[in-house]
Design a protein. Structure first.
Length: 257
């Protein structure tokens, strides 16, 4: 859908928001805190780990901030651009950077790691069981299937979201089927308060898997309606969905996995 240039000219505040959505995103939205601290939990286990894998490269990833590394530290990433960024950012650290194409086939030997860290990345429970050492720990925070469900409806995308089933019960059940014991599990639905349409676009760009191929031109009509609503109400609240799991694999399950 082409943008109506006349409408844009008549709605200059909306245009300004859209042009600046990538800047100062923190001032455009606020999110209620989670009941767990992922990084603190991970750090308490890294101290006693000899071999650590973090799945997925992120700017705020845990191992990136370590001053003293365990004996072996690995990063696994499947996205080409993120892989290049990881190589650039971590070149001075003694960290192995590995590319993978499939959650079911990670490029590691059996029983490789004491600790596996997964922050909002997909994973295969069977593969986690294969590469984790006996008695090792798997820690993950996941985005649940009900994440921003009402928000998706505003853009007509709720029918395209294929992970609506994904929640704490299903994830822990899959891990238990592969021999894991759940040490801790927690689930929550934090609220993100968005103050303007620039915050809406910034928020969308942080979740590209739920808003595939999003661009301002295509969704201009929906964004303009949201803008009018925000001008009237002052803000909109969006419910997110997060869950946290810490699991261990008892020694006796390593024989068959």
């Amino acid at each position: 859908m082409a943008v109506d240039k006349v409408a844009l000219a008549q709605d200059t505040d909306l245009l300004d928001y859209l042009l600046q959505y990538g800047q100062s995103a923190q001032s455009r939205l606020s999110t209620s805190p989670l009941p767990w601290n992922f990084n603190s939990t991970v750090m308490s286990y890294i101290r006693n780990s000899d071999s650590v894998l973090e799945i997925g490269y992120k700017q705020n990833m845990v191992i990136k901030g370590l001053t003293k590394l365990p004996h072996r530290v690995c990063v696994a990433e499947h996205d080409e651009l993120k892989l290049k960024q990881a190589i650039h950012d971590l070149y001075s650290k003694e960290i192995e950077i590995n590319q993978y194409d499939d959650d079911e086939n990670l490029p590691f030997e059996d029983n490789s790691f004491d600790l596996i860290i997964n922050n909002q990345e997909t994973f295969s429970p069977g593969e986690m069981a294969r590469i984790l050492k006996p008695g090792g720990i798997f820690i993950t925070e996941q985005i649940g299937g009900n994440n921003v469900a009402e928000f998706l409806e505003l853009f007509g995308l709720n029918s395209q979201w294929s992970m609506s089933f994904w929640n704490l019960q299903d994830a822990t059940g899959e891990l238990e089927l592969h021999g894991f014991e759940i040490v801790e599990g927690s689930e929550c639905f934090p609220t993100t308060r968005i103050y303007d349409v620039g915050g809406v676009v910034a928020y969308i760009n942080e979740a590209p898997w739920q808003f595939p191929n999003f661009d301002v031109d295509t969704y201009y009509g929906q964004l303009r309606n949201i803008h009018k609503s925000l001008n009237s109400a002052g803000y909109m609240d969006v419910l997110s969905h997060r869950f946290f799991i810490m699991a261990t694999l008892p020694d006796q399950f390593k024989v068959d996995n």
